[in-house]
Write a protein that binds this ligand. Structure first.
Ligand SMILES: Cc1cc2nc3c(=O)[nH]c(=O)nc-3n(C[C@H](O)[C@H](O)[C@H](O)COP(=O)(O)OP(=O)(O)OC[C@H]3O[C@@H](n4cnc5c(N)ncnc54)[C@H](O)[C@@H]3O)c2cc1C
Ligand code: SF4
Length: 335
């Protein structure tokens, strides 16, 4: 690991003042479950590491009395706290499921919400210190013709075929959440649906933050009567990322679903809003048949790589099962 200076500011403004204008030289440290790995592999080589642990009021969950009420989760809040909060479990079951199923108890007790949303991708070429791919200043994506079974299946127009690694992000997008961000010019609000972008070259991250900005908190409107569910297809129930994920949310008008949102995770460089799948069930009763059709529609536009066509089926099943779970027809995923 390259030597670095360690800072522990007590305010978000002081943390921002320590950040640099370009990526690479200074890094925020949440729980360190991602950053320290990258430093040990020489993939991240910051000369300044700025811990958020001593920032006052940076963690915790509160409710703003608005219409609808808004739940605010500090960026320093541990994933384990998000997963076990009774209000989150009741109003945002898909978020509680994504947080509760993430990694291991040790990781959930260290990892923060801000760090989860800003974690780097898991492409094994990217994380190998000896490989210089597009995101590390090289001129080639090694995954395109290489080992790509866990990479994106929505690859059109992407030169880098990572999958977005956060399982929390698709849930937050489905709930219409926003991130409050602080930079040198003050605060701004970014909808989670617009928080991610596909990186193409060195100096670009998987999100739209500037190098000298930090996430302060995430706000989620608590829509009355919203039904939701998260379904992840993974090789094992712990210590791994899913291969495909679907988060759904909708209201029921009688038996018909309305304002349907279906967000796909781990199949594209960003979380994906599945428009065709949403249209398939909007205004319809969620049944085995309509949920299955939505699952098939969710794969529209996919262009899998040589080793990951299998993900098409996993994704269709994830969407179907998330819809049936949220509708109360079947319960597939219990944390
Ligand atoms: C075995 C294993 C399984 C895992 N499975 C999953 C999974 O299923 N789903 C999933 O989502 N994740 C999974 N993870 C990843 C884990 O969730 C992340 O490592 C963790 O959430 C990162 O949080 P952290 O606080 O430790 O971040 P850190 O490692 O401290 O930081 C990560 C990045 O975020 C930046 N950062 C930190 N805080 C902020 C902030 N407030 N504002 C802006 N930038 C910030 C840092 O500078 C750094 O670049 C897994 C990890 C492991 C090791
Ligand atoms: S998918 Fe992206 S991170 Fe992985 S080798 Fe290709 S360019 Fe690099």
């Amino acid at each position: 690991m390259k030597n670095f200076q360690y800072f522990r500011p007590s305010s978000p403004e002081a943390a921002v003042a320590l950040l640099d204008k370009t990526w690479g030289t200074a890094e925020l440290l949440g729980g360190g479950t991602d950053l320290l790995d990258l430093q040990k592999e020489y993939v991240a080589q910051p000369s300044k590491v700025i811990s958020v642990a001593a920032i006052k009021g940076f963690d915790g969950i509160s409710v703003l009395e608005k219409e609808p009420p808004v739940v605010v989760i500090g960026a320093g809040t541990k994933i384990a706290t998000v997963a076990s909060d009774s209000g989150i479990k009741e109003h945002f079951p898909a978020l509680a499921s994504a947080a509760g199923g993430l990694g291991t108890p040790q990781i959930r007790n260290m990892a923060t919400l801000g760090g989860n949303l800003c974690q780097r991708n898991r492409c094994w070429y990217f994380r190998d210190e000896h490989v210089r791919c597009l995101l590390k200043g090289g001129d080639k994506c090694y995954a395109l013709d290489g080992e790509n079974r866990y990479h994106a299946i929505f690859t059109k127009e992407h030169t880098c075929v990572i999958v977005s690694p956060s399982t929390i992000a698709p849930a937050l997008i489905a709930y219409g959440a926003s991130a409050e961000v602080l930079g040198p010019k003050g605060k701004r609000t970014v909808k989670l649906a617009e928080f991610y972008r596909a990186p193409r070259k060195e100096g670009e991250r998987e999100h739209v933050l500037e190098a000298n900005e930090l996430v302060l908190s995430v706000s989620i409107p608590a829509e009355k009567g919203l039904r939701s569910a998260n379904y992840e297809v993974a090789q094992k129930r712990s210590y791994d990322w899913p291969m495909a994920q679907a988060v759904v949310a909708f209201h029921l008008d009688g038996k018909k679903a309305k304002e349907v949102r279906i967000i796909l995770g781990h199949v594209a460089p960003t979380p994906l809003i599945a428009d065709a799948a949403m249209k398939e069930v909007e205004g319809k009763e969620i049944t085995e048949e309509t949920a299955a059709k939505a699952g098939e529609a969710a794969t529209e536009g996919a262009k899998p790589l040589k080793q990951n066509e299998y993900k098409l089926r996993l994704l269709a099943v994830a969407v179907k099962r998330a819809l049936l779970t949220a509708a109360g027809a079947k319960k597939y995923w219990v944390t």
